[in-house]
Design a protein. Structure first.
Length: 164
């Protein structure tokens, strides 16, 4: 995708896309406020059609990337948005390219935007995600698995998305 096809002159990096995505969520009062045009305007990128709905992907440094997607909603699936970070490759990688906004940054900003929060645990007590609620919106933030050898490293975000 060329830069000229994006609504803004600059394609956002991981920190910028995270900040813009949070601003989008903060500006929503209910799920019906969400639209593809509003997502594109808030993030500064043009999404392209895809099998699972409109999406945008950008490669970052060292094999990292992010994927932004929009779900129009129909039937049992509600309208929604998602931002996911990933890594191409098998070897563990330094998460700095996606962690300029840490999990704690996302958490604090969502709370400041008026979302209530609670952790969501699995059957054996493992943290699955944090759930944030405001109006009829529920957002899940999935932390990136932390390197057990580096307990002082910030916890990064794997994904943030509205839930059905």
């Amino acid at each position: 995708m060329s830069q000229s096809s994006a609504p803004s002159d600059r394609i956002p990096d991981a920190e910028q896309i995270g900040t813009r995505f949070l601003q989008l969520l903060g500006g929503l009062h209910r799920r019906d406020d969400l639209s593809l045009a509003r997502l594109e305007q808030a993030t500064g990128v043009a999404l392209k059609p895809g099998g699972g709905g409109p999406f945008y992907t950008r490669d970052l440094q060292a094999g990292w990337y992010y994927l932004l997607n929009y779900v129009e909603g129909s039937g049992a699936v509600k309208r929604g948005v998602g931002l996911e970070f990933g890594h191409r490759g098998d070897a563990p990688a330094d998460p700095r390219p996606i962690c300029s906004l840490s999990f704690q940054d996302y958490h604090q900003r969502l709370r400041a935007l008026g979302f209530s929060d609670e952790p969501n645990y699995g059957e054996i007590g493992q943290l699955i995600d944090w759930r944030y609620r405001k109006g009829d919106l529920t957002v899940a933030v999935v932390p990136w698995p932390q390197d057990p050898a580096d307990a002082k490293a910030p916890v990064c975000v794997k994904s943030i998305a509205t839930l059905n």
